[in-house]
Design a protein. Structure first.
Length: 304
């Protein structure tokens, strides 16, 4: 397995600087943030280290040469919008950018993008499945034609009041995965597996690794701390940030030995990326870089 990190925490750094930072710290891959260079930003989003809208074959060759010279691979191009947004104009703008991501990923020989499926928060899961049937088959068909895999992260995206009550992503549980893969059964459509989201949902984060072993295209390393006293006070109907916090690997409730062991059991040898969302490391860019270094040092106990 190759160890790296998501570049969204490196806002203010150029792509070249991010690659240098990864190489200097013995990291082998980057999940490269590719948001559009316009529009509102949200926490951990809005960063663009490769502008996929203006990428040319010549620029792609420069990027590939840089990465090869530093021994750092691009694991995927990432962009995490709500591609089923109830605002149809926003939805279309998000989908349009997903297509640009697919084109760029193929041009760079990365052949992977990581994203969300999306959701209309105030509609039922069944209603959202019908929207999914309209939105996603054409995207996946295009990715198949380009030879690009799409890995969907299992984050519910219901942390803030505007995302309540259903969140902004339906691909969040093993039960939902089964229904979605029945609709789109494609070798190019799979999972970006993050155990932390299962912890606070009180879902077994080990068992699905075995059931969905052929669908795990990409892996995240992010921890989560559930505060049981707070959970006992507000209950599971509260917005999750009232009773939990994202943490660096090793500082939360994920058993990383068991997690990596399960990945080795299924023969996963792909990309694994640290995702930093720990508020204790948000004060500065230097803090964010320290978070990557600290996480990598801990994870080297399991990933070599």
């Amino acid at each position: 397995m190759k160890l790296g990190f998501i570049t969204s925490i490196c806002e203010g750094m150029t792509f070249e600087e991010v690659v240098d930072f990864a190489a200097e710290n013995g990291l082998e891959c980057l999940e490269v943030a590719c948001w559009p260079n316009f529009g509102a930003k949200r926490r951990y989003a809005g960063v663009s280290h490769i502008d996929v809208a203006t990428l040319t074959p010549e620029k792609a060759e420069e990027i590939k040469a840089l990465c090869a010279s530093k021994g750092v691979e691009i694991s995927s191009l990432c962009y995490y919008p709500n591609t089923m947004d109830p605002d149809l104009e926003k939805r279309q703008s998000y989908i349009d950018h997903i297509y640009k991501l697919i084109d760029a990923s193929a041009m760079l020989d990365v052949n992977m993008i990581t994203t969300f499926v999306g959701r209309v928060p105030d509609k039922t899961f069944a209603e959202n499945l019908e929207i999914f049937k309209e939105v996603w088959p054409p995207i996946v068909k295009y990715a198949e034609e380009k030879g690009v895999k799409i890995a969907i992260e299992n984050c519910p995206m219901l942390f803030t009041d505007d995302e309540w009550p259903g969140g902004q992503n339906i691909m969040t549980t093993p039960a939902n995965w089964r229904k979605i893969f029945e609709i789109i059964d494609s070798p190019n459509f799979g999972i970006n597996y993050d155990p932390s989201h299962f912890v606070w949902q009180q879902i077994d984060y080990i068992k699905p690794i075995y059931e969905f072993k052929d669908k795990i295209f990409h892996v995240h390393y992010k921890d989560i701390k559930v505060y049981q006293d707070k959970l006992a006070d507000v209950g599971t109907m509260a917005t999750p940030l009232q009773y939990m916090s994202p943490k660096l690997p090793g500082l939360g409730d994920v058993d990383w030995g068991k997690y990596v062991s399960a990945l080795t059991d299924i023969g996963y040898d792909g990309y694994t990326c640290i995702e930093v969302e720990d508020k204790a490391f948000e004060n500065s860019l230097e803090d964010a870089k320290k978070a990557v270094i600290l996480s990598a040092k801990y994870l080297r106990n399991f990933v070599i």
